[in-house]
Unconditional design. Structure first.
Lengths: 159, 448
């Protein structure tokens, strides 16, 4: 059975809480994992969005600075397109999330879906999540599971 | 030049500073990596002071590597930059291998060049198409450019993707690769897995040829700023991992000998040290320097494309033509990558064994933005006791400031937004990587 949802998992587990989404995926129940195609992409690129199968919903997950550790936010991808993070650098060689989504939207390759952000507090160079984030990770995984189920229903998949 | 789309430029503009003097402040440079600003002081229509102000916090990597082993250093310095981690890894690994007398398998040498090609492809494609091209075509950002010129942006993204694929295949992932080790790689790909890159690279060569021809048509301001150009030079290959330090005024140094001719100094307006030649002169690194000094070693396809532009000489003096130089190097990198993939035979072993020796491990390689120098003092166990990392943007700052001072008077009479756009376009011509540049050498930690 083809996956009902693609998850583009951003982040780097060697930068502490930046690995939040990857850690949350580890807690996703097996039944939910079976409905998903999970791609670990480090940093979102417009090409990642273009490569999502036609019509398949997509969840872009990433850690978010500026939120309390473990806080979860969910936004529609099209509502995030073109927006620049207010707490991060305003200039970068890498495309930030809003730019990557905006370029995909401008080219007509932005899939339907959601952004799942998990607040982090420690983005320094080491492995392992901060204690606060670790404590709240089951909640983040539950939210992710709910979105997977919802996306699967919207896609007409077996969810 | 009319700008499409909305503008969210940070505050900028000219203000009277008292007497006949005026100031022009561009408080937030956009579409460059890191946080920087430009401040000009003007008197009588002349720029009397141009400061590229880098206010990004220092990164302290030179302290982070102290007490670390060579392989740990390689993984740590990759974190200096998200767009050019391979350059940091390659410079460090060559420095250690040179000191330790390690000779790696020729197939490892080829794979390292391929890895470096991947980084050049990714970095150059991103800068050409999404950071710099919008300036020439009158767009605020890559998003607006994509809306009106989808095929152009698709071409750039596909090229960038090809670079990412090379990095992921050889380095384990596209950002901050993890496979580079002293003596070789932790693992190497099979011939079959590398061959899977073939179709992508065939398409990338054609896309890069188109890129060169297209970049040459972009309207560049008529501006000449001759400056000493510095790059590695190698008799058989376009410089990446190897070569001697050369310049347009005859310099010829061992890659470990950067400090014999150059140094850095702290200036009040920047958290980045500024590089200068020991004679005090500015110098410029990067694609224009490499093409000027190493054109004879370009891949034949790149050399042919460069000749067809008719811009070989202008590239050396007009910074706005750096987009053409970068495009030629993009073509060189994809064409060489294709050749390396086609000729690949896996090494007998991914990594040769080695023993540490005490001494100074120093080397220079060519990052996408130019020559990158590392020096490490290591003990008999190979543990680092002192480090110096000199990124290309640190070295280019003085030349950027000089060019800005020379160019600004030609645009200061334009409407404020246009002046800002033109000055930003000039600075983006140098593809500055401010996060890399923000480093201190003299951090002292005192434990009480």
């Amino acid at each position: 059975m083809a996956p009902a949802v693609t998850i583009l998992a951003c982040g780097d587990p060697m930068r502490a809480d930046d690995g939040a989404v990857l850690a949350a995926l580890e807690l996703l129940p097996a039944a939910a994992r079976r409905r998903t195609e999970i791609r670990r992409i480090g940093q979102l690129d417009p090409e990642d969005l273009r490569e999502v199968a036609d019509g398949r919903p997509c969840i872009v997950g990433d850690a978010v600075a500026g939120l309390a550790a473990g806080t979860v936010i969910v936004r529609r991808l099209d509502a995030m397109a073109g927006r620049t993070a207010s707490t991060g650098p305003t200039s970068s060689h890498a495309l930030d999330l809003g730019q990557a989504l905006g370029i995909a939207q401008a080219m007509g390759t932005l899939p339907h879906g959601w952004f799942l952000g998990i607040g982090g507090q420690d983005f320094t160079l080491h492995a392992g999540l901060s204690p606060d984030l670790r404590a709240h990770l089951p909640f983040a995984a539950t939210v992710l599971e709910v979105i997977v189920a919802m996306a699967g229903r919207l896609a007409g998949g077996d969810a | 030049m009319a700008m499409h789309g909305t503008t969210d430029q940070a505050a900028s503009g000219a203000v009277r500073a008292g007497g006949d003097e005026e100031r022009f402040d561009l408080e937030q440079l956009t579409r460059v990596e890191g946080e920087g600003a430009l401040h000009l002081r003007l008197a009588g229509g002349r720029v009397v002071e141009a400061h590229l102000s880098i206010f990004e916090a220092p990164r302290y990597f030179e302290r982070l590597v102290i007490g670390r082993t060579p392989d740990e250093v390689i993984d740590i310095v990759a974190r200096v930059c998200g767009i050019c981690p391979v350059a940091y890894q390659m410079t460090a690994v060559h420095a250690f291998e040179d000191l330790f007398g390690i000779v790696v398998d020729p197939a490892v040498v080829a794979l390292r060049r391929l890895l470096y090609c991947g980084e050049w492809i990714e970095s150059h494609a991103l800068h050409i198409y999404l950071l710099h091209a919008p300036d020439f075509l009158g767009y605020e950002s890559g998003i607006e450019l994509a809306r009106d010129h989808r095929r152009i942006v698709e071409r750039g993204l596909a090229l960038k993707r090809t670079g990412n694929r090379i990095l992921a295949l050889l380095g384990g992932r596209p950002i901050h690769p993890v496979s580079v080790r002293v003596g070789g790689f932790s693992r190497v790909p099979s011939r079959g897995s590398l061959a899977e890159l073939g179709p992508d690279l065939d398409a990338a060569v054609e896309a890069a040829r188109t890129t060169v021809a297209w970049a040459a048509t972009l309207p560049a301001p008529d501006f000449q700023e001759p400056v000493r150009l510095v790059a590695l030079r190698h008799p058989q290959q376009y410089p990446m991992n190897q070569g001697r330090i050369a310049s347009t005024d005859g310099l010829d140094l061992d890659p470990a000998g950067w400090e014999q001719a150059f140094g850095e100094e702290q200036v009040a307006w920047s958290t980045a040290l500024q590089g200068r030649a020991h004679d005090g002169a500015a110098y410029l690194l990067g694609p224009a320097a490499r093409i000027t000094l190493d054109a004879a070693q370009l891949h034949p396809l790149a050399a042919e494309a460069l000749a067809a532009t008719g811009l070989s000489e202008e590239i050396a003096t007009n910074p706005f033509r750096s987009i053409v130089a970068r495009s030629v190097e993009l073509l060189h990198a994809v064409a060489e990558a294709r050749d390396l993939v086609a000729g690949y035979q896996p090494p007998a072993t991914p990594q040769v064994s080695w023993s540490a020796r005490p001494g100074q491990a120093a080397w220079a390689t060519e990052a996408p933005r130019g020559l990158l120098f590392h020096r490490y003092a290591v003990d008999e166990e190979g543990v680092v006791g002192e480090a110096r990392i000199v990124p290309p943007t640190s070295q280019n700052q003085t030349a950027i400031e000089a060019a800005t001072a020379a160019f600004a008077p030609t645009v200061l009479d334009l409407p404020r937004e246009e002046t800002t756009n033109r000055l930003e376009q000039l600075i983006r011509s140098y593809d500055p990587c401010i996060s890399c540049a923000a480093h201190f050498l003299d951090l002292r930690l005192e434990e009480v």
